[in-house]
Design a protein around this ligand. Structure first.
Ligand SMILES: O=C(O)CCC(=O)c1ccccc1C(=O)O
Ligand SMILES: [Mg+2]
Length: 351
C-alpha cells in the first residue's frame, strides 16, 4: 500500500455556519489487488471525520496488516487491512483504502465503478447536481445564484445559519425572486440552530419556497429533527450521520432526506449500501463530497450514478479547489456531472 500526503488550497473557500473551509489535506492510497493498481483518497475533515493524524495512523496500521497478512498467507492482505479501518472511528482512512480496492475490483471486472455497484442501472451518462452557494450578504448570494442558473443548475443549495434568521430569509427570498420558478432551492444550516430558532427559520424558509433544509439542529438531536418535519419543509440529516448510524436516523423518523458523504461513512461502498437502505425505507438519499480532491469526488459521482433517478447531488465542488491532484474526468455542464465510463473509477493517475 502506498500512502502519499497532499495539501490543496481552495480558490473559492466555502463559508458555512460552522466556519469556512479554505484548504483540504489528505492522502492518496494506491494498492495492487486482483492484478490491478487501484487508487483511493483519504481526505479527513475534522468535525466530520477523524483528524489528519488519526487518519495517517490508521492507514499505516492497515498497510502493516496488509503486508503481514500477504506474506503469511500469500494473499493480497486486503481483508486484514480493512479490519484495521473502522467506519465510525476512522471513516476517511477507510474511505481511502476501500476506494483503492473498489477501483481495482471494478478494473479487474472491466466495468465502471457505478456498474460494479449495480449492473442493473445500465448506462448512466450523467447525474444531476446542485450548485453550492456559501454564506454571503444578500447581493452576493443573488449574484452567485444567478450565475449558477446561467450555467444550467436547476438546484441551488445555500448555506444559512451564519446570519440571523431574518437576514437568511431575505437572502433566500431574494434568490427565489431572481431565478426561474423551476429552480429548486435548498438551505443548509450546518447545525446552527436551537429548536426555537429552527422553527422560526423553517417558517421563513418555507415562505421562500425552500424544498428542504439540511441539518437545522445539532448532530445529536434526532428527536428535534423529527418534530421539525411537521413544519411543511422537508428535513435532511447530514451532520447527524457523523454521530448516528443510518439505521438510528431512520428508526427515529428524523429525516425526509439523507445527505450521504462517502468520506464520512467509511467509503463509497458503505455510502451506496446505505443509500439503497434509506430508499427502501422511503427516505431519499443525496450524495455529496466533503470538498475533496478528484479521486474521492469521482468515487462519490459513481455512488450517485448507482442510485436510480437520484435527486440533485452536492458533487459540483471541483471548482472550489485552486488546483487538483489529477485531471477531472467528471466535468459539470448544464446542472449535471458526467459519469466516467472507463473501467474502475476512471481517474487517470500517472504512475
Ligand atoms: O452539498 C454540497 O452542495 C457540497 C458539499 C457541502 O456543502 C459540504 C462540504 C463540506 C462539508 C460539509 C458540507 C455540507 O453539506 O454540510
Ligand atoms: Mg450539509
Amino acid at each position: 500500500m502506498n500512502i502519499d500526503p497532499f495539501a490543496l488550497e481552495l480558490a473559492d473557500p466555502l463559508a458555512t455556519a460552522a466556519g469556512t473551509i479554505d484548504a483540504r489535506e489528505g492522502f492518496t492510497v494506491t494498492y495492487r489487488h486482483r492484478g490491478q493498481r487501484g487508487v483511493g483518497e483519504a481526505t479527513p475533515l475534522p468535525g466530520w471525520t477523524e483528524s489528519i493524524e488519526a487518519c495517517r495512523e490508521a492507514l499505516d496500521r492497515a498497510a502493516a496488516a496488509a503486508d503481514e497478512d500477504a506474506s503469511e498467507r500469500d494473499g493480497s492482505g486486503h481483508g486484514a487491512a480493512l479490519l484495521e479501518l473502522d467506519a465510525a472511528e476512522t471513516p476517511a482512512a477507510r474511505h481511502g483504502f476501500a476506494t483503492a480496492l473498489l477501483d481495482a475490483d471494478a478494473r479487474a471486472d472491466d466495468v465502471p465503478l457505478y456498474q460494479w455497484f449495480d449492473a442493473d442501472v445500465g448506462t448512466v451518462s450523467s447525474v444531476p447536481v446542485n450548485a453550492t452557494i456559501g454564506d454571503a450578504p444578500v447581493e452576493k448570494t443573488v449574484e452567485a445564484a444567478e450565475e449558477a442558473v446561467e450555467a444550467g443548475f436547476e438546484a441551488l443549495k445555500c448555506k444559512v445559519g451564519a446570519r440571523s434568521v431574518a437576514e437568511d430569509g431575505r437572502r433566500l427570498r431574494a434568490v427565489r425572486e431572481a431565478v426561474d420558478k423551476g429552480v429548486a432551492l435548498r438551505a443548509d444550516a450546518n447545525a446552527a440552530y436551537d429548536r426555537e430558532t429552527a422553527r422560526e427559520a423553517l417558517e421563513a424558509f418555507a415562505s421562500a419556497g425552500v424544498s428542504y433544509v439540511e441539518q437545522p439542529l445539532a448532530a445529536d438531536d434526532l428527536a428535534g429533527h423529527r418534530e421539525l418535519r411537521e413544519m411543511g419543509v422537508d428535513i435532511a440529516i447530514d451532520e447527524g450521520l457523523a454521530e448516528h448510524t443510518v439505521g438510528e436516523v431512520l428508526d427515529a423518523d428524523a429525516a425526509d432526506v439523507l445527505v450521504l458523504k462517502p468520506m464520512v461513512l467509511g467509503g463509497p461502498g458503505n455510502a451506496h449500501t446505505l443509500a439503497m437502505r434509506a430508499r427502501e425505507r422511503g427516505v431519499e438519499p443525496v450524495v455529496t463530497t466533503t470538498v475533496d480532491a478528484v479521486i474521492a469526488r469521482t468515487a462519490a459521482v459513481h455512488v450517485a450514478a448507482a442510485i436510480p433517478d437520484v435527486r440533485a447531488c452536492g458533487l459540483a465542488t471541483a471548482d472550489r479547489l485552486a488546483e487538483d491532484l489529477w485531471p477531472d474526468p467528471c466535468p459539470v455542464a448544464d446542472g449535471t456531472i458526467a459519469v466516467p465510463q472507463s473501467p474502475g473509477l476512471g481517474v487517470e493517475v500517472e504512475p
